[in-house]
Structure formats: C-alpha cells, structure tokens
Design a binder for this molecule. Structure first.
Ligand code: OSB
Ligand code: MG
Length: 385
C-alpha cells in the first residue's frame, strides 16, 4: 500500500530547473577514428547539467563535433542555441514529464543535437528525482543486458583492418561494422569475409557515394552484409529510395533520419529497411521512441548508433536500447576501447558474450566521477533563473 502511494506521488512530481551548466570537455581517444568525412584523435564535446532548487540534477551529453562534417551542428552552434533559445524556455516551465520539452522547443527549427542535450538531461533529472533507472523513466523493458556491436574506422592497410577485426571478434562483439569510402570498399569486405565467413558484418559509408556508384554498391551484395549504412547524401532520402530496389542488401539510414517525419518519409518510399537511432541526432529520447514506434508499425528493425560518447552518453544509449524494437546490436562498445579513463565508474563493460549489463540504479546508474569531468573541462558557463 505504502509503496503504491509513494509511487503515485512521485509520478505526479513537478520539477523546475533553476540552473543550467554547460561545459566543453576534451578527452584523448585511444585510437584515431577515420571515416569518409574525416578523422579524429580527440573527443571534443559539450555536457549539460540541469539543477532544481532542492538539489536534484540531471546530465546530458551532446553528440555535436568540432566541425559540421557529419551533420550541420557543431559544439559552437549547440552552445549558442542552448544559451539563447532553449535555456530560457526550460527556465520558464514547470515540468510534470520530460516529454514536455517537445512542445517547449517546437518553434525552434532543426538544432536537434542542441535540443537533445537538454532533453536528455531532463529525462535523467526525472529518473534521479524519482529514484528510478532511466530505463524505467523511458518505459524500457526490464532486460538484464543488451548486445554490443563495434564500429571500426578506416585503417591504413587491409592487414591493419583485419587485425582490428580479429581483436574485436575475440573481445566478443556481436556485430562488426567497418567504415568504407570509394576505393576502400569491396576489397576490404572481401578480405574480412575470407577470414570470417560467418560473422555479422556491415559497412557504413557516411554519405560518401552517389547513385553513379550503384554498380560498386551492388558488388557488396555478394558478401552477406547485414546492411549498408547511409551510402548516399545525408539530406537525400529520395535517392536512397531509388538505390534500395537495386540492392539485395538492406540500406540502413543514419544521417538522413533527423526526425520522426524523416523516418516516416523514408519508410513510406522504401528508402531503407533498417534505421539507426541516435538520440542526439533526432532531437532526443522522445523522438527516438517515436521513430522506434514508426519502424515497429512496419516491422522495420532499429538499432542504437554511437558518436564515440563518453560514459555519460554511452549509458544513456544503453538505457535507450531497452526499448522494444532495438533488436539488432548497436554501436555501443566498452568504455575502455575509447578512453584511458572514462568519466564514469565503473565504465561500460562488454562481457565475453558481447553483452552489456543494463544498470538498475537511479538515473544513468553508474557514478559520474566529477573530478575527472573537471579535469577534462576546458570551458564552462552557467545560467540561472
Ligand atoms: O556514422 O555511425 C556513424 C562516429 C562518429 C560519427 C558518426 C558515426 C560514428 C561511428 C562510431 O560509427 C560509433 C561509436 O563507436 O560510437
Ligand atoms: Mg553511421
């Protein structure tokens, strides 16, 4: 009885954010990560914290990068939009549910990564204030663990790539993704398939091809790939709709899906058969849920992408993957792959079976080590009501 009464009270909780802090962090990566659009050796990202007057807080990691090469937003545009447009709206509102950021941010067009940063902090705030895990706040399933995949960047040679694949297969990952670009595609896949005929394998082009490359992309049909991720332009769903019927291999869209409307457009013309969901790319966790639901209506599988997140964003991705429909292994890999020292304790661990445990504690469920966050912080600003 007592349990039920407490819980009802918590569900009706009203929260006001009185302080927002935005930090810029830099963390060295343990490897150089090269894609068709560039290479990075350092993770340079924003972290937002939201606070209530009575000391509850939530944290959200932003997926924007230094340059607008993956999608149009950058750390600079995100800071501008949070400072000048999103924070004032959050301060003016009393929240009964994290879903309310949706209406609050609706008149600001685009800037999904900026919106997601605060939205995810507010989901975490609600989870912390209610004393429940982010999985529970999101309405995820009570799964013990989720399957992990891994994304391998372009390497200097085929042999170097094969060595990376050997290491990750031995580590237990349930699916290997490699980056490709024109001239570094069919040969790489052929070499991997010769040594690993049965692993679950896929490729990600990050928009490096055009329809004129259809013949090369069709050659990939011979290698039993799970999918080809975002072969064509980041902003062209119609051309993917032309390409998909030319291929046996499913197309998975990443960059092109920045909203539920984009997802429904893509599905309605058959532009893809799988969708990669990154909460940061689609404006947050609520839109992630909507896209998952739109896909479920058409039996389209989804999986959770990654943006080389620190442990904070990584844990949010783990909780997101407890939603139904996330049936394929995502790009959420172990903390130790990316960083000498992650911002959370313990770090995200992938076991020998390629599984990541879903934390059960309140909020993200692992401790955030603020002394490490402080050490990685290069700039900080804060606003209050
Ligand atoms: O296209 O999925 C992508 C990283 C940065 C930008 C875009 C992408 C990626 C990854 C990395 O593939 C996935 C990860 O390990 O976090
Ligand atoms: Mg991708």
């Amino acid at each position: 009885m007592r349990e039920v009464r407490t819980r009802r009270l918590e569900v009706n909780m009203k929260l006001r954010v009185v302080r927002i802090e935005l930090r810029h962090l830099k963390m060295p990566l343990r490897f150089r990560f090269e894609t068709s659009f560039g290479a990075v050796t350092e993770k340079s990202f924003l972290l937002a914290r939201v606070f209530t007057a009575d000391g509850a807080e939530g944290v959200g990691e932003c997926v924007a990068e230094v340059d607008p090469y993956y999608l149009p937003e950058t750390n600079g545009t995100v800071a501008h939009v949070i400072r000048d447009f999103l924070s004032p709206r959050v301060f003016a509102h009393t929240f009964e549910s994290p879903a309310e950021t949706d209406a609050l941010f609706a008149e600001i067009r685009g800037h999904e990564m900026a919106k997601a940063t605060l939205e995810m902090a507010i989901w975490d705030l609600f989870a912390n204030a209610r004393g429940e895990s982010l999985t529970a706040t999101l309405g995820g399933e009570a799964k013990a663990a989720i399957p992990a995949g891994v994304s391998i960047g372009l390497q200097g040679s085929v042999e170097a790539l094969l060595e990376r694949v050997r290491v990750e297969v031995a580590a237990g990952y349930r699916r290997i993704k490699i980056k490709i670009k024109p001239g570094k595609d069919v040969d790489l896949v052929r070499a991997i398939r010769r040594e690993f005929p049965a692993i679950r394998l896929m490729v990600d082009a990050n928009s490096a091809y055009t329809l004129a490359d259809a013949k090369t992309l069709r050659e990939l049909d011979d290698f039993d790939l799970m999918m080809i991720e975002q072969p064509l332009a980041w902003n062209d769903i119609v051309e993917h709709g032309r390409l998909q019927p030319m291929l046996k291999t499913p197309i998975c869209l990443d960059e092109s899906i920045t909203s539920d409307a984009a997802a429904r457009s893509a599905l309605s013309i058959g532009a893809c058969r799988i969708i990669n969901i990154k909460a940061g790319r689609v404006g947050g966790l609520l839109n992630s849920k909507r896209i998952q639901a739109s896909c479920a209506e058409r039996s389209i599988p989804v999986w959770c992408g990654g943006m080389l997140e620190s442990g904070i964003g990584r844990l949010a991705n783990v909780h997101l993957q407890t939603l139904p429909g996330f049936t394929l292994p995502g790009d959420t890999s172990a903390s130790a792959r990316y960083f000498e020292e992650d911002l959370i304790e313990p770090g995200v661990v992938v076991d020998a079976n390629g599984l990541i445990n879903v934390p059960k504690g309140p909020g993200l469920g692992h401790e955030i080590v603020w002394s490490r966050v402080d050490r990685a912080t290069v700039h900080r600003e804060a606003w209050t009501t």
